[in-house]
Design a protein around this ligand. Structure first.
Ligand code: SAH
Ligand code: SF4
Ligand code: F3S
Length: 440
């Protein structure tokens, strides 16, 4: 019998990337091998995102591209999962009647059953029920051969309800995995040769809140730091309001914990932060940054900013610029506010015109490019520990790795160094990467 193939197209955040790995592992149990060639596919799964309108639009244009494959191959199963599927459910069939399967964020574990039924009956399936416990979090998924870095989901969902954000409605309430299961998974990854793990959750600082054993995120980090073979740990995302002193101290105490934090600020204006329901002020955020830098002077800090939230005046926007000037982030993801159905901000007055949002976004990006380059240039002439991940995509005689501060470094070298931690002299800084030489 010919091997059947699965092709997955992933949109959205790291959580979705990890979900796709688990989807692949699961669908593999029904005899489907993951392929990178969509023309070979017998099942195509689009794992979707709906964080902003643009993310949703991208899904629809991709769907349009896959539609013609359906007409070429009669038995092809075309499925849509993830956050947009959760949000739209059956209504997706009005836009894309050719879809065979629509499954929500809590139904991944049922994929073998869904695919089996469709194979046998040809019937369409739509399933977007929430269940109390997200079973897919624990699906074992061995890393791709030769992977040096891996994602590990430690929790699902979000209870924060920031007024702009659709995630709590699409991923459900916060739920933490048992520490034992997380540790076992990381030990398995270490046995496969993984050296660096990134712990994933919408708000990792809340880890353990619903568990009866009293474990918290710093506890979990301490346990993971003892796993042999794992040289580096990272996590994303942490919410500023819950960033505890105990977690900040981990940067000093835990060797494997890398000197980088992604700490989304969203806005520098107290009025806007309040409307966003973020639970901290401009000065509270600054205090956390100061504490982090005190404990870990070289820490690299990245963030997210939204411009053009309803009611954002020029003065509010200046506060965001002001905060950026003070912090000088290593990198920043900036977005124009995008209205999402079901969120509180839909009802907020004083919507900001597109042109103003565009202008503010450009100003943020211009300033951030300056800061990123400034922070990267400060590394020139220094020797950094780099964990080599792979052969560079652009140049086959280069290898690519990252510093502990999460900066990409390209180095002349060969594949024998993949998985090794090497000292690298940083020669040249660019906006998105560094160039360095191996130090003997
Ligand atoms: N859990 C993470 C964020 C997940 S969403 C956290 O709390 O930090 C990633 C980023 O998308 C957010 O930080 C925010 O900057 C942006 N975002 C979320 N909803 C948005 C919206 N409606 N419009 C524009 N940007 C949005
Ligand atoms: Fe969305 Fe806020 Fe939850 Fe992050 S913390 S996922 S921005 S609601
Ligand atoms: Fe997108 Fe869902 Fe992640 S909306 S950002 S894929 S949690």
């Amino acid at each position: 019998m010919n091997t059947k193939h699965l092709y997955i197209h992933t949109f959205g955040c790291q959580m979705n990337v990890r979900d796709s790995e688990q989807i692949a592992a699961l669908v593999n149990t029904c005899g489907y091998k993951r392929t990178q060639d969509v023309r070979k596919a017998d099942v195509i799964i689009i794992n979707t995102c709906s964080i902003r309108e643009k993310a949703a639009q991208k899904v629809f244009s991709q769907l349009g591209r896959f539609k013609f494959l359906k007409s070429e191959k009669e038995h092809l199963i075309l499925a849509l999962g993830g956050c947009l599927a959760q949000q739209m459910g059956r209504r997706l069939l009005e836009k894309a009647p050719y879809l065979d399967l629509i499954f929500g964020t809590h139904n991944i574990h049922r994929l073998p059953e869904f695919i089996g039924t469709i194979e046998k009956t040809g019937l369409k399936i739509v399933e977007t029920e929430f269940c109390d416990s997200v079973k897919s979090m624990g699906i074992p998924a061995p890393p791709e051969q030769g992977s040096v870095c891996a994602y590990v989901t430690i929790m699902q969902g979000c209870n924060n309800f920031c007024s702009f954000c659709v995630v709590p409605y699409l991923r459900g309430r916060e739920e933490s995995r048992l520490a034992k299961d997380i540790i076992d998974e990381i030990k398995m990854l270490a046995e496969y040769g993984v050296k660096e793990v990134t712990l994933l959750g919408q708000n990792v600082n809340s880890y353990g809140k619903g568990l009866s054993n009293g474990s918290n995120f710093p506890d979990l980090l301490r346990k993971i730091s003892k796993i042999s073979g794992i040289k580096r740990t990272r996590f994303t995302t942490s919410h500023p309001k819950d960033l505890s002193e105990e977690l900040i101290r981990c940067y000093m105490e835990l060797e494997p914990l890398c000197e980088h934090i992604h700490l989304p600020v969203q806005s520098g204006s107290d009025i806007i932060l309040k409307k966003m329901n973020r639970g901290y002020t401009h000065s509270e955020y600054m205090q956390k940054i100061e504490k982090l830098r005190k404990v870990c002077p070289n820490i690299s800090i990245s963030s997210d900013v939204i411009v053009g939230f309803p009611g954002e005046t020029d003065g509010d926007f200046r506060e965001t610029i002001n905060l950026m000037e003070k912090v000088r982030f290593d990198s920043l993801f900036s977005f124009k506010y995008s209205e999402r159905v079901g969120t509180a901000a839909v009802n907020f007055a004083q919507k900001i015109p597109e042109a103003v949002k565009e202008e503010r976004l450009k100003a943020v990006q211009f300033l951030q490019d300056k800061h990123t380059l400034e922070r990267n240039r400060a590394m020139e002439g220094k020797v950094e520990e780099v964990l080599v991940e792979k052969i560079s995509k652009k140049c086959k005689s280069d290898i690519m790795g990252r510093t502990r501060s999460n900066k990409i470094v390209n180095i002349a070298g060969n594949s024998g160094l993949i998985g090794e931690m090497v000292p690298v002299l940083i020669k040249q800084a660019y906006l998105h990467s560094l160039r360095g030489d191996l130090r003997q």
